[in-house]
Design a binder for this molecule. Structure first.
Ligand SMILES: *[C@@H]1O[C@H](CO)[C@@H](O)[C@H](O)[C@H]1NC(C)=O
Ligand SMILES: *[C@@H]1O[C@H](CO)[C@@H](O)[C@H](O)[C@H]1NC(C)=O
Ligand SMILES: *[C@@H]1O[C@H](CO)[C@@H](O)[C@H](O)[C@H]1NC(C)=O
Ligand SMILES: *[C@@H]1O[C@H](CO)[C@@H](O)[C@H](O)[C@H]1NC(C)=O
Ligand SMILES: *[C@@H]1O[C@H](CO)[C@@H](O)[C@H](O)[C@H]1NC(C)=O
Ligand SMILES: *[C@@H]1O[C@H](CO)[C@@H](O)[C@H](O)[C@H]1NC(C)=O
Ligand SMILES: *[C@@H]1O[C@H](CO)[C@@H](O)[C@H](O)[C@H]1NC(C)=O
Ligand SMILES: *[C@@H]1O[C@H](CO)[C@@H](O)[C@H](O)[C@H]1NC(C)=O
Ligand SMILES: *[C@@H]1O[C@H](CO)[C@@H](O)[C@H](O)[C@H]1NC(C)=O
Ligand SMILES: [Cu+2]
Length: 598
């Protein structure tokens, strides 16, 4: 590692304080209910940390160690934390999903996350249990890089979160509105609002003629966000922690869980404020306000390291995304014909205990949708979206190459016969990518990170309805590298969860799945409520919907009085002229009560 750059005094002062040695950042997180009212419309219980919400940003430097003592004070729900986008190379057991790589942390229990970060960029952390993060347990995680390739161009750096927001708690939304018989179409609850940095009154005072690096993350549950800043061009330099060749964009689209980092130079004039606009995409029936939304196409990005297309795959995994009803009348999400149901024993523990049998996918159960990968092989995911909504797909433990994405309504790759020549040769890499309605995507990655990694849609509603599959990557190598801290067993004991055996908890015969967790039975053939539903959606989904447009003032530029108002830290107090001018025509809502599928 090297010392702070000396080329630019501004960069030195404002950016990173790079360190030449790795630090350990220790956090004591007491996770509990607090009350908050971020949009001023409805105070509600939210999940905070140490009695406060929004939860803290984790701010570290490449090479550092993060140690988090996560104590669950919720009283009525278990929890766990996932660090989205981090490879957790060698520390799969710190990845977070409850029932997959650990037991949920029961109320009253403490679990220690302990891992190093070797990747720079913008990430986030969130609960990975019970569809819980939209209740507030989500926040930014940034990993600073003393070697950031565009550092010389940057004067100041900032972090910005975007999110949809509900006035009701997830437990209610899931159990009373979403996963209920009276919602056979699986219509997702409609967000009540959109937030920027967890407020609707976001103002960003900036200096004139100054280049800011914006690190933006969509920490929302459901809605993608279009983002633009009037009168300014965004120069994209990173997506999902992968540096890119710089690319100019007038508007970007961030699905739930995606991140973008861009450089933006403010104008050399102080006469005007510029709105920062986010427009929430929930594919509602009615479009509104913005004539046309034409965001930058992330598939055209080129990674800064110009890593070439991986060789032809050793293994192809096909996932056909479908929504359908099961016998309980509710709507479930399927990869092929499987809707995910967690195993009785966290899948990682099964992999660690199964000896040679760990390479047999059957032991992980019928409904974890497990695929075992061999160390080092090139894996290709072919995902056919048979559904009429957009879905952002996320793979844990890797950034994949997004080698192909079809237009909307392109149909499917039935025969998996994809022409190599049709793929981008220096494909964009990221950890979350959106597939368009009834289209497809092709992703490629190398199985170079032994572990149990989920692949799932990042719309929290679809996690709840089962749009999850599991990769068991190089389990025999995993057995050699992971030894579980005793803390893992304590947490499972508190929840009465077995840590031994196959998916059904059977220890004698790993192939005996008697008693495994399973979804409701399938409907008898011929019973197709889905047919009617599909018809309805085909009417509404042709329209690119925009329901809520939030206008936020960006008081820019002002005369060298930036950093005031406690927004970015603060150096002066009182209203600047710019603040008074600030456009703040808060949220215009055109939300309807019914939503199409997103
Ligand atoms: C858990 O407790 C919080 C705070 O009292 C409450 O708002 C919430 O509804 C409870 N959730 C459940 C599932 O009981
Ligand atoms: C974190 O892990 C490192 C490496 O295994 C170990 O040395 C250290 O003691 C751990 N710290 C805590 C608090 O568990
Ligand atoms: C947004 O919130 C984060 C904390 O979550 C804070 O560090 C950051 O400074 C805020 N960004 C702006 C531009 O105010
Ligand atoms: C803006 O700042 C740059 C240096 O950062 C300077 O070279 C340039 O002349 C400035 N432009 C104006 C219009 O002031
Ligand atoms: C804009 O640029 C001009 C010419 O370089 C300079 O004289 C003026 O001070 C600049 N204005 C601001 C607000 O920086
Ligand atoms: C899904 O389909 C495959 C192939 O037809 C079949 O072997 C498997 O049992 C089915 N799984 C479920 C959960 O229905
Ligand atoms: C994990 O670490 C191994 C060994 O250092 C390396 O070869 C591999 O590329 C890493 N994988 C990821 C996804 O970081
Ligand atoms: C675990 O089992 C014990 C004893 O049977 C019981 O008291 C406790 O409530 C159970 N805990 C959970 C989380 O189910
Ligand atoms: C949506 O459009 C329909 C038809 O134009 C109209 O009747 C309905 O009121 C609109 N709904 C909303 C919420 O604007
Ligand atoms: Cu989805």
């Amino acid at each position: 590692m090297f010392l702070p750059s000396l080329q630019s005094a501004a960069a030195c002062l404002l950016a990173v304080l790079p360190v030449a040695y790795a630090e350990t950042h220790k956090y004591d997180f007491d996770i509990g209910w607090v009350r908050a009212n971020p949009d001023g419309e409805a105070e509600r219980p939210v999940i905070g940390i140490n009695g406060a919400w929004p939860i803290p940003m984790i701010d570290v430097t490449v090479g550092d160690r993060i140690v988090i003592n996560a104590h669950n004070s919720l009283g009525n729900q278990s929890t766990s934390l996932h660090f989205h986008g981090l490879y957790q190379n060698g520390t799969n057991h710190m990845d977070g999903p409850g029932g997959v790589v650990q037991c949920g942390i029961e109320p009253g229990s403490t679990f220690t996350y302990n891992f190093t970060v070797e990747q720079p960029g913008m990430y986030w952390y969130h609960s990975h249990s019970h569809g819980q993060y939209p209740d507030g347990l989500r926040g930014p995680l940034i990993i600073r890089d003393p070697d950031f390739p565009y550092q010389d161009d940057v004067d100041e750096e900032l972090v910005l979160t975007l999110s949809d927001w509900y006035h009701d708690e997830m437990d209610y939304l899931i159990n009373e509105l979403f996963m209920v018989k009276s919602n056979p179409s699986g219509a997702e609850p409609v967000p009540n609002n959109a937030l920027m940095n967890d407020t609707i009154n976001f103002k960003l005072p900036v200096k004139p003629n100054t280049t800011y690096r914006f690190n933006v993350v969509n920490v929302g549950a459901f809605a993608g966000q279009y983002l633009w800043i009037e009168g300014h061009t965004m120069r994209i330099v990173e997506v999902d922690g992968i540096y890119t060749e710089s690319a100019d964009a007038e508007m970007v689209y961030l699905s739930a869980a995606q991140r973008v980092s861009f450089l933006l130079t403010t104008k050399n004039e102080t006469s005007q404020n510029f709105p920062i606009v986010i427009s929430m995409d929930t594919i509602f029936p009615n479009a509104s306000f913005v004539d046309e939304l034409d965001p930058f196409d992330d598939m055209t990005l080129i990674p800064y390291d110009r890593m070439e297309l991986l060789p032809e795959p050793d293994r192809i995994v096909q996932f056909d995304v479908m929504m359908d009803n099961l016998h309980d009348g509710m709507n479930y999400a399927f990869f092929n014909n499987i809707t995910y149901v967690a195993a009785k024993v966290p899948t990682l523990y099964t992999a660690l205990n199964a000896g040679e049998e760990a390479t047999n996918p059957a032991i992980y159960g019928t409904y974890t949708h497990s695929t075992v990968l061999e160390k080092g092989e090139v894996v290709q995911i072919v995902l056919n979206n048979l559904d009429t909504g957009r879905h952002p797909f996320h793979l844990h433990g890797h950034a994949f190459q997004a080698v192909y994405r079809s237009e909307e309504d392109a149909g499917t790759f039935g025969d998996l016969n994809i022409k190599e020549s049709g793929l981008s040769q220096i494909p964009m890499r990221r950890d979350t990518v959106v597939v368009w309605p009834t289209g497809n995507i092709v992703l490629r990655f190398r199985a170079d990170n032994p572990g149990v990694w989920l692949f799932h849609c990042h719309i929290e509603w679809h996690i709840v309805s089962g749009l999850i599959a599991t990769f068991i990557e190089a389990p025999l190598d995993l057995q050699k590298t992971i030894s579980l801290p005793s803390n893992h067993f304590e947490v499972c004991k508190a929840g009465n969860v077995s840590t031994e055996g196959n998916a059904a908890g059977n220890t004698d015969d790993y192939l005996d799945l008697t008693g495994e967790n399973h979804p409701p039975a399938t409907l008898p053939p011929g019973f197709t409520p889905r047919g009617i539903v599909a018809l309805v959606f085909s009417c509404v989904c042709g329209i690119l919907g925009v329901a809520v447009v939030g206008w936020y003032g960006m008081s820019a530029p002002v005369e060298d009085t930036a950093l005031q108002q406690g927004v970015l830290g603060n150096e002066s107090s009182g209203d600047s002229p710019a603040d008074q001018q600030c456009r703040d025509e808060t949220t215009v809502t055109a939300a309807s009560t019914s939503a199409g599928r997103a």
